[in-house]
Design a protein around this ligand. Structure first.
Ligand code: IMP
Ligand code: MG
Length: 178
């Protein structure tokens, strides 16, 4: 594994994101919705840097299955989603890859009539995007490599790494021994 973003760079990046969020919303109440499972680390770090009245909720979206690193069908579970009608909502995901996950979630959320709806991601992979929509906040642009850590997984492993690292082709091909 090759470290792409060390812990201190991520910390500085999350502080930048917090400043952008504060600049946009001021002291207005905000509802942050994290996309499970990859966003949990970012959400946990970000919310502790914010001071406006804050609600936090989650929605589950799964597009990567099993050993595959190619996007599959998107499964959304909104059972845990708090009310967002008439609220200012910031949707947070770990990575913007093809963009299909975020685009689908934003479309579903719009049907619930939030007062405002924006999105933020930790990472955007260059050259992979297949949708017109872009996140309002991107903390880091990264090359087209498969990455893990700081919430991102490979076969449900490595979410706990404090840095972001890229897996090489042979590591992906070999899979994991659990
Ligand atoms: P998208 O719908 O193609 O934008 O994919 C977004 C989802 O795919 C993210 O929420 C991640 O769960 C997953 N994903 C995309 N690229 C990577 C990666 O490099 N490492 C781990 N997960 C990834
Ligand atoms: Mg994910």
């Amino acid at each position: 594994m090759k470290i792409l973003l060390p812990e201190h760079e991520i910390k500085a990046g999350v502080a930048r994101l917090a400043s952008e969020v504060k600049a946009h919303y001021g002291r207005r109440p905000l509802t942050i919705i994290g996309v499970l499972t990859g966003s949990i680390v970012l959400v946990a770090d970000l919310i502790r840097l914010l001071e406006m009245p804050l609600r936090v909720g989650v929605v589950q979206a799964r597009s990567y299955r099993g050993t595959a690193t190619l996007p599959g069908d998107l499964a959304v579970n909104a059972d845990l989603l708090p009310p967002i009608a008439d609220r200012e909502v910031l949707l947070i995901d770990d990575i913007f890859d093809t963009g299909q996950t975020l685009q689908a979630l934003l479309a579903q959320f719009r049907l619930l009539s939030p007062r405002s709806l924006r999105s933020a991601v930790l990472l955007r992979k260059l050259g992979r995007q297949r949708v017109d929509e872009n996140p309002d906040h991107v903390v880091f642009e990264i090359p087209n490599e498969f990455v893990v850590g700081y919430g991102l997984d490979y076969q449900d492993a490595f979410r706990n790494l404090p840095h972001v690292a890229s897996l090489e082709a042979h590591e992906l091909a070999e899979g994991l021994v659990s």
